[in-house]
Design a protein around this ligand. Structure first.
Ligand SMILES: O=c1ccn([C@@H]2O[C@H](COP(=O)(O)O)[C@@H](O)[C@H]2O)c(=O)[nH]1
Length: 224
């Protein structure tokens, strides 16, 4: 089985991001480039990181009208990402058009409820029900729209996996036992998420901010 860990390269400097990726590449399965990276370094930065030789996950969390999101998906074809994110709350038509516009080898997955939110935060956005109910509802919508899977926390992935057997599940908000949680609220360990059916484990700061990132990545790998 290939390594399910995608390292989130949320670093401001391209040279530092590339050096970190090169250092830990033997202990991870892919590299996740998010908004911070893409806003700072754009397509050039993605090409640079692609030279490391691991699959690239473009976590752009696209959320706009269907025509605009489809245009953005077409524009990133050339970067050949393995995975791209859109927001499920953008609606079914937007997700359908995003999938139709994506490259043949790109998995399109929908962000359901950010792992930095809890039930109280959700209620404040005007959404009724529990995080569980909200995630399951959006997972159903993403499946109906023909997407490959969703992004959710480790709290929900087990139930979503039972309901969507062939889905592809990306789980961030992962913390090895005893590590700093930071701004994340719905967290589980990497092992727990994998056991509950996660396809991809997104891990950033527990590796990138560790005193020894290789050792941190190795220790996570050993738990899986
Ligand atoms: O719900 C979500 C969706 C995306 N993310 C992203 O994952 C990483 C997590 O980084 P850590 O340092 O391990 O907390 C980050 O790039 C987020 O943008 C998420 O955390 N939650």
């Amino acid at each position: 089985m290939s390594n399910p860990v995608y390292l989130a390269l949320d670093l401001p400097r391209l040279d530092a991001a590339k050096a970190l990726a090169e250092t830990v590449k033997g202990h991870i399965g892919g590299l996740k480039l998010g908004l911070e990276f893409f806003c700072a370094h754009g397509a050039h930065g993605v090409h640079e990181i692609a030279h490391v030789g691991l699959p690239i996950f473009l976590d752009l969390k696209l959320h706009d009208i269907p025509n605009t999101v489809a245009g953005a998906m077409q524009a990133i074809h050339v970067l050949e990402p393995a995975i791209v994110t859109v927001h499920a709350s953008g609606g079914r038509a937007m997700m359908e058009d995003a999938k139709a516009a994506a490259g043949e080898h790109t998995r399109v997955v929908a962000v359901t409820m950010l792992t930095s939110l809890d039930e109280r935060d959700l209620a404040r956005t005007g959404v009724t029900g529990t995080p569980h109910e909200h995630v399951l509802r959006l997972a159903e919508l993403a499946e109906a729209a023909g997407l490959d899977g969703i992004v959710c926390s480790g709290h929900e992935v087990g139930e979503v996996h039972r309901q969507w057997k062939k889905g592809f599940f990306v789980v961030p908000g992962l913390r090895p036992a005893g590590s700093t949680v930071g701004d994340q609220k719905r967290v589980v360990t990497p092992r727990q998420a994998r056991d509950d059916g996660a396809s991809v484990l997104v891990i950033g700061r527990p590796i990138s901010r560790a005193a020894d990132p290789v050792q941190a990545a190795r220790e996570i790998e050993a738990t899986l």
